[in-house]
Design a protein around this ligand. Sequence first.
Ligand SMILES: *Cc1c(COP(=O)(O)O)cnc(C)c1O
Length: 377
Amino acid sequence: MISFNIPTHTDKTTEYILDVFKEKHASGDGKYTKLCNKWLIEKLKCAQALLVHSGTAALELAAILADLKPNDEIIMPSYTFCSTANAFVLQGAVPVFVDIRPDTLNIDETKIEEAITPKTKAIAVVHYAGVACEMDTIMNIAKRHNLLVIEDAAQAFDSYYKGKPLGTIGDMGCFSFHETKNVMSGEGGLFVTNNLEYAERAEIIREKGTNRSKFFRGQVDKYTWVDKGSSYLPSDVVAAYLYSVLEISDKIQQKRKKVWNTYYSAFEQLEKENKIRRPIIPDYASNNAHMFYLLFNDLETRTEFISYLKQNDIYAPFHYIPLHSAPAGKKYCRTNGTMSVTNKVSDTLVRLPLYFDITDEDLKTVIYKILEFWSKR
Ligand SMILES: *Cc1c(COP(=O)(O)O)cnc(C)c1O
């Protein structure tokens, strides 16, 4: 069987996890959390990076920081994971969906301005498949309308817009280290910001609304409840796992790019014959090889394709059911304009197996079976 994803661990993973117990500190903000924070701040060149227990937690932290009032509106794509919207719904805000671009499948920046109302507070962008949104245009719209920009960079580790690390361009950035992402700790996430005011409050919100971090640094002589918050710290056991993976992240990225490029060349001919469309990476964006997808012309062919691969023990899933058509999306959100690209992509996209430990043999089998599917038609 060829899985869609297999989580990665390294030679060091168990050693670091056992070391956590030698340190006698398995809760949050221990030795490995500090090592990860330092590593990530250097990598992302940002003012603050806080390890949290999931990408969802990072988004929730961002939504609390945004200080939303009931019915404030957040503009975002519908073609995303539910956590992008859910984080704001929890704060009583209303996600407002606009359509995506047919090339990158990211929010269509030309449709943002027409969705702005007096209630709009923020734009939440999602860098789908790790490919950057058109950030200059989006930051400019935000500036003119006094809106926050929150980047859902869950898939965007080691990816860039005009050389700038994704997640660090807007006011706040949210990463995920779920086992399906490029670097992982099973569950895990990261909140980043370059705004020092947000940085100070984020630290408090992450620690149940207390100034405990300041207390540990000796900046206050006792700690207390000072703001709203929750518990977003991961255990240092999780951080130890993450640190072992960060240490090999260059190798992971090299391998993923190699697999991605192999798929890309293998399906060139199919694209020329108009059978599928391969991912498009604009000049302003880098490719972190988070995902390799194919876009089909219609739902029927995609359904046959997925079942053909499944019969051959290869798991290639489709992706999001658009949030505007999900039961909770209908209840808590609204759309602005048509969702035609979103609906079409939702019906026609397939993701191919892509992970660090995929063997050359399995990769060849996947490609062979895909070409065979088409040659039999
Ligand atoms: C993975 C993902 C999330 C959620 O991350 P978790 O770590 O699973 O909570 C949010 N948004 C997007 C776009 C994602 O891909």
